[in-house]
Design a protein around this ligand. Structure first.
Ligand code: BGC
Length: 356
């Protein structure tokens, strides 16, 4: 037992397997029960990341690991430095929620060369061989659910079409933003083509509707411009928003323009948005239970520690540009006022909000 010296433990296993670390080879190695585990989180752009921080701290401690859990609120360079430091501290596993999934190649190569197992958490790591596993909710499905909810909300709240809508996408540096948007457009594009939906601004490409840094102020600013440019005499019936933070920002812009509340989608089940849904304002959100995502990640780390293979349930969907990253995908749920109590039944923080 080499407990107490995680660096040499990990180096020993790295030597056995060489630095060519496919999932199987690294997984088969195992590592010390009290090994250092690095968790590199992005910026606090939504509540799910804040929840993840505490869940990782508590979960890793309970499992007996030496957890290093860090946000990179300063941006990409800070995250690069954090990952490098985790490698230098001998982390056996590095879990990354990337700010920009294609800017970490150098640091991830170094982590792999040192024998660490690299897990992309929630957001895919792009254009690098140096990622072993992706653990996330099914991002494309999130978009499909959002697009479907928008159509249902329009029919329920805005009478017969055609409906005037606007589109918002997430941050271009986040690998999730594209599958969210593409999933939603797989539902909405046919309805745009047949005239049921009218994007009055004509801003329909990802580039035109993206929101740098997932920042509320950027979404609000763009909506202000769209509203004053295209909606002075026109009703806005619906907004596709990729998450709750941006959805609320868009609703603020609409309210400030003195217009009726449109049907607005979201994601993350943030407290303010769940309240808004229950009050009949925001139409929908997505439930991606962060407890489940963190629990799956920690269960995977424990399996690797014991020398077992990581759980994988998808080996085809996530091409990161240089390889298909084996993935473990969890199921996201759509939430509206109608099913909120049912969906949040086991969530002590959210369920009470459905009973007020
Ligand atoms: C997450 C979303 C979140 C967004 C902004 C995405 O990568 O999957 O749940 O809303 O980041 O923080």
């Amino acid at each position: 037992m080499l407990a107490g010296c995680s660096t040499s433990d990990r180096d020993a296993t790295a030597e056995e397997t060489g630095t060519d670390s496919t999932t199987e080879e690294t997984a088969a190695a195992g590592f010390a029960a009290d090994a250092t585990i690095g968790i590199a989180l992005p910026q606090k752009t939504s509540e799910n990341w804040v929840l993840a921080e505490q869940l990782f701290k508590d979960g890793l401690e309970e499992a007996g690991f030496n957890g290093i859990v860090q946000f990179a609120n300063g941006g990409v360079t800070e995250q690069q430095n954090q990952i490098q430091a985790m490698t230098e501290q001998g982390a056996a596993v590095i879990v990354v929620g990337a700010i920009d999934g294609s800017q970490l190649g150098t640091q991830l190569d170094a982590a792999k060369a040192d024998g660490a197992y690299v897990i992309a958490y929630d957001r895919l790591l792009k254009n690098t061989e140096a990622v072993d596993l992706y653990i996330a909710f099914d991002n494309y499905q999130v978009g499909v659910l959002q697009g479907t909810a928008l159509l249902e909300g329009l029919a329920a709240r805005k009478g017969d079409g055609p409906y005037n809508i606007e589109l918002i996408a997430g941050s271009p540096d986040d690998a999730n933003a594209t599958p969210f948007f593409e999933g939603a457009m797989s539902i909405l594009q046919p309805k745009i083509d047949d005239g049921t939906l009218v994007v009055v601004s004509d801003q329909v490409t990802f580039e035109e509707v993206a929101t740098q840094g997932w920042k509320a102020e950027n979404a609000q600013k763009r909506m202000d411009t769209v509203l004053s440019g295209f909606y002075t005499d026109t009703e806005l019936h619906g907004i596709l928003s990729p998450n709750d933070t941006l959805g609320r920002a868009a609703m603020t812009a609409v309210a400030q323009a003195g217009k009726d509340t449109p049907v607005v989608t979201g994601q993350d089940s943030e407290v303010e948005s769940v309240k808004s849904i229950m009050a009949g304002e925001q139409w929908s959100t997505i439930y991606k239970d962060t407890r489940e995502l963190v629990a799956q990640t920690i269960a995977t780390i424990k399996a690797l520690q014991a020398g077992e293979e990581a759980d994988v349930n998808d080996e085809t969907s996530y091409d990161n540009g240089v390889k298909i990253v084996p993935a473990y995908l969890l199921t996201p749920f759509i939430v509206t006022q109608e099913n909120a109590a049912e969906i949040y039944a086991d969530d002590a923080a959210l369920f009470p909000l459905t009973q007020e």
